[in-house]
Design a protein around this ligand. Structure first.
Ligand code: SF4
Length: 116
């Protein structure tokens, strides 16, 4: 039986491997996670914390964020995020969409980025 984190495939490795710079490849850390016997436990712990940075349980920050939104579809932010995507797809301008959502343009753009 595996136990987390004692049986982690990354145990003893340089943690920097799991914190790649923005835009750099995540193939190596994901390959390590993919062969890890405690991947599910690691992901569950990262989702519970929640860990904002790095690769945990074979999931990047963006992938974990998407999972959180998928698991909490009824939250106000998740709903606004869905509305922002719908408005963007329908061709709404940034200013009018942001105003309709009651946020500034920067927040509206962040919603779109987080949803991608
Ligand atoms: S899933 Fe990845 S980060 Fe998590 S314990 Fe295993 S190797 Fe380490």
């Amino acid at each position: 039986m595996s136990s987390y984190p004692q049986d982690a495939a990354c145990r003893g490795m340089d943690p920097a491997i799991f914190y790649p710079m923005r835009g750099s490849a995540v193939k190596v850390p994901k390959a390590i996670c993919n062969g890890c016997s405690v991947k599910a436990e690691c992901l569950a712990a990262a989702m519970a914390e929640p860990e904002r940075y790095g690769i945990w349980g074979d999931a990047t920050e963006r992938e974990r964020r998407a999972m959180r939104y998928a698991l909490a579809p009824s939250t106000g932010r998740a709903r606004r995020l869905d509305e922002a995507v719908t408005m963007n797809a329908a061709g709404w301008g940034r200013r009018e969409a942001a105003a309709a959502l009651g946020v500034n343009v920067g927040t509206y753009m962040r919603y779109l980025k987080d949803a991608s």
